[in-house]
Design a binder for this molecule. Structure first.
Ligand code: ADP
Ligand code: ZN
Length: 749
């Protein structure tokens, strides 16, 4: 986290120190129900209060909106938010209004009457935030109006759109440069989720920011689990991933409109309720999909990049890329739509070198159409190279992403990516297979594409092969019986690793590289990922179990239903009612009255009054039916209360099935195999088993000296939360192991 500060020069700027932190917190607590600020939020809010220019770079989900929402509220002034998408504005305004925050948007879809009404409330000084699109804002008459009424600050959302070095250049953003001279008294606050150094500099220059406070948040999203697997069959692979997320929100990104329709059709045929979304659909159709998704009535959307900016659903549990996107910025942005509620989510990319070639063609085409100037093409090619290195590489994904955005990654293993979770299933005889492929490339004279090379190895007798007499080569049929798609993927991997080369252009040809010969001579061992290796069984990672801790899953489902009902009644997205984090906390604490409900994470004053009675009603009904007490345990802390698995209640069928295995003392590995579940899932079951069945010893699963060490650490750090114990042991033992020992300690008392 960095913050470059220089003192503001103008004495006219307010001394924001006069607003105590407690006052900021109080407003945030009252309106939004959050008990603390996230990293950088306080600094950013202070910049707003001080009316000092700022540039806030924070990943999606980091909480940028709060930073421009709070200052005008405390200062009782009107600020303007510039945002590129109308649909995004509407959602934001709805969410704010639901919290009792005076905000409005102005856009072309509104009637003259509605617009006039907004104009009147601005004049009366009732509004704290006004959202507008840049085109509307830069209209001369409107600017004059704003100059007359006075604007405290401008928040420029998605500020990277102003830079051609960004991934989403929008020429209409350039005109925002004129604002500075028109509103010399106002402060400017640029926000973006993705900006490399170059783009940041560009934003500051273009918006003429004055000695801005540059606040760069942590780019890591520890709750996201990244997986990049070789693509063999996007349909089948997507289906497999979706099946891990039943009843959960999933967004699948494809490159083309046609791809989205094909995949959506396939999924429907497989009885998955999915819808396509792309810019070629009518506005009406798109709105329907978007609304159904936002209101929790539709779980799976198969989309092009057109889907997203307007989607604010915070409980997206999985984002799939069926192909590599065209830049790391896009990848970060799109995967960033997963897990915005801070709870675990999975991001899977199916990668193939073919994607790189496809993008190269698309970039070349747009160059030919000559609509875009040279530098934009140059930038596009550079960005493509970066993401190819990322996708084909085998560095920790969290590390690679964070470093790309110019930050240091301090932790070791992230515990939440395919590389660190050790999931990359490697091909046992990779070196031999690589030698065969490379020999074949040499034998066909380095004049053919990947498909042909693979056909020769498979022993195809096609006309082309006969005509070239390639059926007479010694390499012909060398990998007979193999799978064509898998072999193509392996060849692509060799190219990605530089062990083979390829030409670009219309008909790319595979050639040898300087690294090919050493492989043939057996001097360099080769590592290849087994294509189509089943992606890991569950969305494990250390986050999963922590945030579900103590949550009554049945109650959670019931509350979700209620949320969907209310959302449909009010025609707002479900997250406007409550986020998943709040539902989990409700299902953990089971408040039996509106008063105790106020102690739940994410429940502000207004929402508690408004929604409290219905939620409390549902909780009480659930508790009666299941003979549970309301107001479970100690409700003081957020997250990770005591598991409420009393008497087998709240145990899933999976957990119960696992108990038989554990009674027989089977190892975690054997239960993983027997039940085809991921390690984290099985250890979760085991922890429940220990608590519920209270075995005499857990030596079968954790070595006695490890148990002693963890027990010691637990004495020092307390047993309420896993994190302090983990830290106390300086990461020596996995969360899973600690959890088992803790469960045992609890069972013993
Ligand atoms: P961004 O605009 O940076 O993508 P948002 O402003 O939409 O992110 O915030 C993402 C989510 O984080 C929101 O759903 C909001 O509920 C939550 N959030 C923001 N600030 C806080 C906070 N201080 N405490 C808890 N949750 C927060
Ligand atoms: Zn990692």
């Amino acid at each position: 986290m960095t913050s470059t500060s220089t003192q503001p020069s103008s004495a006219a700027r307010r001394d924001a120190r006069s607003v105590p932190t407690s006052q900021i917190l109080k407003s945030v607590e009252r309106v939004w129900g959050y008990r603390e600020l996230r990293p950088l939020q306080e600094q950013a809010i202070r910049a707003g209060l001080e009316q000092r220019d700022s540039l806030l770079v924070m990943p999606t989900g980091g909480g940028k909106s709060l930073c421009y929402q709070v200052p005008p509220l405390i200062d009782r002034r009107t600020d303007v938010v510039v945002s590129p998408l109308i649909s995004l504005m509407k959602d934001q305004v709805d969410a704010l209004k639901a919290n009792g925050y005076p905000a409005a948007a102005l856009n072309s879809t509104m009637s003259t009457e509605e617009r006039k009404a907004v104009g009147r409330s601005i004049k009366r000084g009732e509004l704290r935030l006004l959202f507008v699109a840049p085109e509307r804002l830069m209209n001369d008459g409107f600017l004059k109006f704003l100059q007359d009424v006075g604007v405290g600050g401008f928040a420029i959302d998605e500020a990277h759109c102003i830079s051609q070095w960004g991934h989403d250049f929008r020429p209409e953003y350039r005109r925002l440069a004129e604002l500075r001279s028109k509103f010399p008294e106002a402060s400017f606050h640029a926000c973006t989720a993705t900006a490399t150094q170059r783009v940041r500099a560009d934003i500051i220059e273009q918006l003429r920011l004055r000695e801005p406070n540059v606040l760069v948040g942590n780019f890591d999203r520890p709750n996201l689990i990244y997986r990049i697997v070789p693509r063999v069959d996007a349909n089948a692979q997507s289906l497999e991933v979706i099946r891990r997320h039943q009843n959960e929100a999933v967004i699948i990104y494809c490159i083309s409109r046609k791809d989205t329709e094909n995949l959506a059709g396939y999924l429907k045929a497989m009885k998955i309720d999915a819808a396509a979304y792309h810019a070629g659909m009518s506005g009406d159709d798109r709105r329907k999909v978007q609304e159904a998704f936002a209101q929790d009535r539709l779980q799976v959307v198969v989309a092009t990049v057109a889907f997203g900016m307007g989607i604010d659903r915070s409980n997206v549990r999985c984002v799939i890329h069926t192909a590599m996107p065209k830049s790391i910025e896009h990848y970060q942005q799109e995967t960033g739509r997963a897990g915005r509620d801070g709870l675990e989510a999975e991001c899977v990319m199916f990668y193939s070198l073919a994607d790189v070639m496809r993008w190269e063609r698309l970039i070349a085409q747009s160059a030919e159409q000559a609509q875009k100037p040279g530098p934009v093409i140059e930038a596009a090619t550079e960005l493509l190279g970066e993401i190819q290195r990322f996708a084909a590489g085998s560095t920790c994904r969290h590390r690679a992403l964070v470093e790309y955005f110019g930050q240091a990654y301090e932790s070791g293993d992230c515990g939440a990516c395919d590389v660190c979770l050790n999931e990359l299933d490697t091909l046992p005889d990779a070196t031999v297979v690589a030698q065969k492929i490379i020999s074949c490339v040499a034998r066909v004279g380095e004049r053919f594409g990947v498909g042909h090379v693979v056909d020769v190895l498979l022993g195809s007798k096609s006309d082309l092969i006969k005509r070239c007499k390639h059926d007479e080569l010694s390499v012909h049929g060398l990998l007979k019986g193999g799978d064509k798609k898998q072999l193509v993927s392996l060849t692509h991997q060799l190219i990605d690793q530089g062990l083979l080369s390829r030409t670009t252009g219309q008909r790319p040809v595979v050639t040898l590289s300087e690294k090919s010969k050493p492989v043939l001579r057996g001097e360099v061992p080769v590592v290849l990922v087994k294509p189509a290796a089943k992606a890991n069984a569950a969305h494990g990672g250390k986050f999963d179990s922590e945030s579900w801790e103590g949550v009554d899953r049945d109650l959670f489902e019931a509350l979700r239903q209620l949320r969907a009902e209310i959302a449909a009644e009010r025609e707002v997205p479900a997250y406007v009612i409550f986020g998943d984090g709040t539902l989990r906390d409700l299902a953990r604490k089971r408040p039996g009255s509106v008063e105790t409900m106020r102690g739940v994470w994410g429940v502000g004053e207004l929402k508690c009054k408004d929604l409290g009675p219905r939620f409390v009603e549902a909780i009480k009904a659930h508790c009666r039916a299941n003979r549970l007490d309301t107001d479970a345990g100690d409700t003081a802390a957020t997250g990770g209360g005591a598991p409420s698995s009393g008497g087998g209640k709240g145990l899933t069928a999976g957990a119960l099935a696992s108990f038989d295995h554990f009674r027989q003392g089977k190892s975690i590995e054997r239960v993983m195999q027997a039940m085809s579940r991921a390690r984290s899932t099985v250890t979760g079951y085991l922890a429940q088993f220990i608590e519920v069945e209270e075995p005499d010893s857990i030596d079968a699963w954790v070595q006695p000296e490890v148990q002693r060490e963890i027990a010691e650490a637990m004495k020092r750090a307390g047993a309420d939360y896993l994190r302090p114990i983990f830290d106390e042991l300086q990461g020596k033992y996995e969360y899973d192991t600690i959890k088992l020992v803790r469960a045992f300690a609890k069972a013993k008392v």
